[in-house]
Design a protein around this ligand. Structure first.
Ligand code: UD1
Length: 422
């Protein structure tokens, strides 16, 4: 298993080019299943999760391949509507093939997902909405078996999500795009990645109103065609690298990104004392002195994103004072806390709340990455600490950050990938 050996250098500074968003690329790849003619997707990050989804889709007989950051897909030869446990278990987003398969082919059999260990993360909302569209859903032997009503077409419905769910909204809008009649959805997720998917569906011929709002109306069409589309920049990757500047009195310029995608994060960075400057496709964070403490509550977009919670916590660990963090989205998303504590942080967790008392510096230590985003908080902490830190289980980080070592090196981080033969 690979590990990162990081020698703290003290200052994170330089330029970094941001990749396409993992969380947008995955639903966009799933949406390719809906198109009757070939689709081309640009700015697709080279990540383990993307490889997994491409493997899953090609297992259905679809011709799909990735060259550089471009994926092309032709669904003409599809001969299976099945997503096996072996692949799905490594990535929860695999459930996103369910909506497209069911809507276009009238049937699907998809393993229940695994993914990050950050809570139980059920898919009841996805399934309830499909049932509301007339699908017959059976969950047995770890698989979801879904069938469209007689005639093979889902039927437009009115559905209100019980909670804001990103994947649920994505799955259901893909299905509704090919349903018979109109689907009215309430309490939809408004994340930029949901908007990106809706925009691609429109480019494929879908009729969607209310994109970017909590209420979307989708008028089903007979068929969707291929298109050429480019994945939105990764707001979480952007925020993760900028956070490095705040921890080290650094100066980080992120390029090929979009400031409007991460306003709630940039606001917190400013509250912590950073000078943030932006252009149309770049953001720069400059920091002098220790960060100021802040209070953070994770919330659905446009609130503070849960995917930035661990990275912001790492900044709070070095703040001049006490910060409070409340995690509202996932029940088990503080697994990075004991690891940050091993590096000298002072954090008390009580249920969903973490009280972070700032310390002057992190200490180098061997630590373990626990989930995708948490891994980055440890990498950044190690980069600021004096001495060598060994980070284990970095397969988590490979799932979500493209070319991470080179990008970090470009910011002055001394990082090596080493193989642990154990
Ligand atoms: C997506 C993101 C993930 C991010 C999360 C929240 C992808 C690939 N992943 O995950 O990085 O952290 O949004 O912004 O885009 N829930 C239910 N029932 C459901 C669906 C969700 O109870 O049917 C709950 C979940 O357990 C969780 C909350 O709703 O507590 C939000 O989950 P959701 O927005 O669906 O997250 P994902 O789409 O899995």
């Amino acid at each position: 298993m690979d590990q990162f050996l990081i020698t703290g250098t003290g200052r994170i500074s330089g330029e970094v080019t941001i990749s396409g968003a993992k969380n947008a690329a995955l639903p966009l790849l799933a949406a390719m299943i809906l198109a009757e003619t070939p689709t081309t997707l640009h700015n697709v990050p080279s990540l383990q999760d993307v490889t997994t989804l491409i493997k899953l889709i090609s297992g259905m007989g679809i011709v799909i391949s990735k060259e550089g950051n471009t994926v092309t897909c032709n669904t003409k030869t599809i001969d299976s509507f099945y997503a096996p446990y072996d692949l799905v278990k490594t990535m929860r987003a695999s459930i996103l093939v369910l909506g497209p398969l069911l809507a276009r082919f009238g049937e699907a059999e998809v393993s229940l997902p695994g993914g990050c260990a950050i809570g139980s993360r059920p898919v009841d909302q996805h399934l309830q909405a499909f049932e509301a569209m007339g699908a017959e859903i059976i969950v047995e032997n770890g698989y979801v078996k879904a069938k469209a009503p007689k005639g093979g077409k889902l039927i437009g419905c009115e559905y209100s999500f019980d909670m804001v769910t990103v994947g649920g909204t994505e799955n259901v809008i893909m299905a509704a795009a090919l349903a018979k009649g109109t689907t009215r959805l309430e309490n939809c997720a408004r994340e930029p990645e949901v908007v990106d998917l809706a925009n691609m569906l429109v480019a494929m011929g879908a009729k969607i109103d209310g994109i970017g709002t909590a209420n979307m109306t989708i008028e089903g069409v007979e068929s969707l065609h291929g298109c050429e589309y480019s994945v939105v920049p990764d707001r979480i990757e952007t925020g993760s690298y900028l956070a490095g500047a705040l921890m080290t009195e650094g100066d980080v310029l992120t390029k090929h990104t979009r400031p409007e995608l991460l306003l709630p994060v940039l606001k917190k960075f400013e509250a912590m004392g950073a000078v943030i400057t932006t252009g149309e496709d770049w953001i720069r964070a400059q920091m002098k002195g220790r960060p100021l403490p802040v209070d953070i509550r994770t919330q659905p977009h446009p609130g503070f994103p849960t995917d930035m919670q661990a990275q912001l916590m790492a900044v709070c660990c070095l703040a001049d004072g006490t910060s409070t963090i409340i995690e509202n989205i996932f029940e088990n998303r503080y697994m990075h806390v004991p690891e940050l504590e091993r590096m000298g942080a002072n954090i008390k967790v009580d249920g969903h709340t973490a009280i972070v008392k700032g310390v002057e510096k992190f200490e180098a230590a061997p630590v373990m990455a626990t989930d995708l985003r948490a891994s980055m908080s440890l990498v950044m902490a190690a980069a600021t600490a004096e001495g060598k830190s060994l980070i284990d289980r970095i397969y988590h980080i490979d799932r979500g950050y493209e070319d991470v070592e080179n990008k970090l090196r470009g910011l002055g981080v001394k990082i090596e990938r080493v193989s642990n033969k154990d």
